[in-house]
Ligand binder design. Structure first.
Ligand code: SF4
Length: 485
C-alpha cells in the first residue's frame, strides 16, 4: 500500500508526468468501485420520473443562493447567533486555522474528534493541530482509514475507495494490533471499538456542514455512520467548518437537496442520519467558521460562478473516465475529478493548477449526471482559455504558441488544409529529422504514435459525390433502425 505525504502538492495534474495514466495511484479496486457505484446510483435515479425536475429546481435554488450570497450569509449568521452560536468569517485557510487554535486554547482542548470535512482538508487542519500538540482523530470510517495509512482521501465522499478490504485488514493489524480480517463487519467493529474511546475522551468535536439554511439559521449535516452525531454532541465544544457557498435560502428548499444528495452520493433514498442544528445547546459551545479561501474569486468570474453550486456528491468523479483511470491523488489537491478540475484552479490559482482543466476528455458525462446541473465541460473550456491566455508557469511559451497556431488553423478551410499538409509532411520526414515524433514527451511516453494511413485522405474521399451519397444512405438507414427500436 503506497503511502502518500499529506502535504498538498500545489495541484499540477500528474505533476507533468504520464505514469499515473497506466499505473493508477492506489489499488485497481478504485475503477471497479467507481463504476459499480455509478451503475447502481444511475439505476435509482433513472427510475424516478421527476428526477429532471428535481435537478432543475436544485440548480435554480443554488444559482439564486450564489447570486445573493452576501445577504443570505448575513441572514444565516444573525439567526444562528441569536441561539448562542458564534460565527466567524475566515478569508483564507491560515485565518481559519488560527480561529480553530484560538478556540482550542480557550477551552483547553487536547483531543479532537472530527467528522468528515473537505474544508478541513483544504486548511490542512490536522497538520496544524498536530503542530500545536493537539491530537485530532478522523471518525468517518473512510477518513479514519486513510489517516491511519498516512494518506490523503482519493474521493470526496468515499475517501478510501482505492483500498480493498484486505488492505484495510492489514492496516488495522499493523497500526492497531488487531488480528487480520477482511470481513467488512469485523473491520467495522474494530473501527467502532477504537473510535468509541476517541468520542468519549474528546474535548472538542468538529464537523463540516452540507447546507446552511439562511431563513432559520440551521445547519444540515447528513451522514450514515453516526460518527457525526457523536462528534457534534458528545464533546462540550462543537466547531463547524463550512465553505461560504453552502448557504441555501429557505428550510423548505432542503428536502430537494436531501433527496438528490443521498441518491447520487450513496445510492440511498435518504442518508441514515440527517442532523439539523439550530444553535448551541445549553451548557455547550457552538462555533461556525465560514471559509472563503478563494471562493470570492470564483464569484468575481461570471462564467465560473456555477462551480459554487456543487453539493459535493461525488457523482462526477465516479463517472469520469479520467478519474477512474488515474485516481484522486493525481489531481494534486483536495478536490479530485471533474469538480476538482474546475474549482482547484480558482482556489489555488491558475499559475499552480493551470493544467487541471486539461485533465478531461470533455465527454460531458459529468454534467449529464450532476444533480445541480453544473455545466462542467463549459467551465473546463473557459478555464482552458484562461490558462492559455494568462501567462502562467503551468504553460510554457511553446504551449501557448502551439494553441494559438491550432486556433488559427481551425478558423478557415484553406488554413486547415495547409496545416494538415504540413503535419503529413512533418510525420513523413520525421525519421530523417534529428528529433522524432516518438519523443513527443508526455504524449508518446504512454502511447504509440499511429502510422499515417496510406491512400487518400478523408477530405479527398469526401469530395467525391458518390462517396457522400453512400455515406448519407448508410446514415439514414441506421437512424431508421434506431427509431424502430
Ligand atoms: S459537480 Fe455536480 S456531480 Fe460533481 S460533486 Fe459537485 S454536485 Fe456532484
Amino acid at each position: 500500500m503506497a503511502t502518500k505525504d499529506l502535504h498538498l502538492e500545489g495541484a499540477p495534474f500528474l505533476k507533468q508526468q504520464t505514469t499515473g495514466l497506466y499505473k493508477p495511484a492506489g489499488s485497481e479496486s478504485l475503477a471497479a468501485a467507481a463504476e459499480r457505484s455509478t451503475k447502481s446510483n444511475r439505476e435509482i435515479t433513472d427510475a424516478i420520473p421527476h428526477w429532471q425536475d428535481w435537478r432543475e429546481a436544485a440548480h435554480r435554488i443554488k444559482a439564486y443562493a450564489i447570486a445573493n450570497l452576501d445577504k443570505l450569509l448575513v441572514q444565516f449568521e444573525r439567526n444562528i447567533s441569536a441561539r448562542g452560536a458564534t460565527v466567524l468569517f475566515a478569508n483564507d485557510a491560515a485565518e481559519a486555522n488560527q480561529y480553530v487554535l484560538d478556540i482550542a486554547r480557550e477551552h483547553n482542548v487536547k483531543r479532537v474528534a472530527k467528522g468528515k470535512s473537505m474544508v478541513s482538508e483544504e486548511m490542512e487542519l490536522n497538520r496544524t493541530l498536530a503542530a500545536a500538540g493537539i491530537r485530532a482523530v478522523e471518525t468517518d470510517l473512510g477518513e479514519y482509514i486513510v489517516q491511519l495509512a498516512g494518506q490523503r482521501p482519493t474521493h470526496i465522499v468515499t475517501p478510501a475507495l482505492h483500498l480493498s478490504a484486505a488492505d484495510v485488514g492489514r492496516l488495522f493489524s499493523d497500526k492497531l494490533g488487531e488480528p487480520f480480517s477482511e470481513e467488512h463487519e469485523n473491520l467495522t467493529n474494530i473501527a467502532r471499538r477504537h473510535l468509541r474511546e476517541e468520542f468519549l475522551q474528546a474535548d472538542m468535536g468538529m464537523s463540516g456542514a452540507n447546507f446552511a439554511i439562511a431563513d432559520t439559521g440551521t445547519l444540515a449535516i447528513v451522514e450514515n455512520e453516526g460518527n457525526v452525531g457523536l462528534s457534534t454532541s458528545t464533546p462540550p465544544v462543537h466547531v463547524v467548518l463550512m465553505g461560504m457557498e453552502k448557504v441555501i435560502p429557505r428550510i423548505d428548499h432542503l428536502p430537494v437537496f436531501l433527496q438528490l444528495l443521498a441518491r447520487v452520493g450513496t445510492g440511498q433514498k435518504l442518508t441514515s442520519y440527517t442532523h439539523l442544528i439550530h444553535g448551541a445547546t445549553p451548557g455547550r459551545k457552538l462555533y461556525v467558521i465560514i471559509l472563503d479561501n478563494g471562493r470570492s474569486r470564483i464569484l468575481q468570474d461570471p462564467a465560473a460562478r456555477k462551480a459554487l453550486c456543487c453539493i459535493r456528491c461525488g457523482m462526477c468523479l465516479n463517472i469520469c473516465p479520467v478519474y477512474r483511470r488515474v485516481g484522486g491523488w493525481a489531481y494534486g489537491w483536495v478536490y479530485p475529478g471533474p469538480i476538482g478540475s474546475i474549482i482547484t484552479p480558482h482556489l489555488v490559482g491558475l499559475d499552480k493548477a493551470g493544467t487541471l482543466p486539461f485533465a478531461s476528455s470533455l465527454c460531458g458525462a459529468c454534467s449529464e449526471v450532476c444533480p445541480v446541473k453544473i455545466d462542467i465541460p463549459h467551465q473546463l473550456g473557459h478555464l482552458r482559455k484562461r490558462a492559455i491566455e494568462e501567462p502562467s508557469p503551468a504553460h510554457s511559451i511553446i504551449d501557448r504558441v502551439t494553441w494559438k497556431a491550432w486556433a488559427w488553423a481551425m478558423c478557415g478551410p484553406k488554413r486547415y488544409r495547409l496545416a494538415m499538409w504540413a503535419v503529413r509532411q512533418g510525420v513523413r520526414l520525421a525519421p530523417f529529422l534529428p528529433w522524432h515524433p516518438d519523443k513527443l514527451g508526455a504524449w508518446t511516453r504512454g502511447r504509440e504514435l499511429p502510422e499515417l494511413p496510406a491512400g487518400p485522405t478523408f477530405r479527398n474521399w469526401w469530395c467525391k459525390p458518390a462517396n457522400r451519397e453512400q455515406f448519407n444512405t448508410t446514415l439514414n438507414s441506421q437512424s431508421r433502425k434506431r427509431d424502430q427500436v
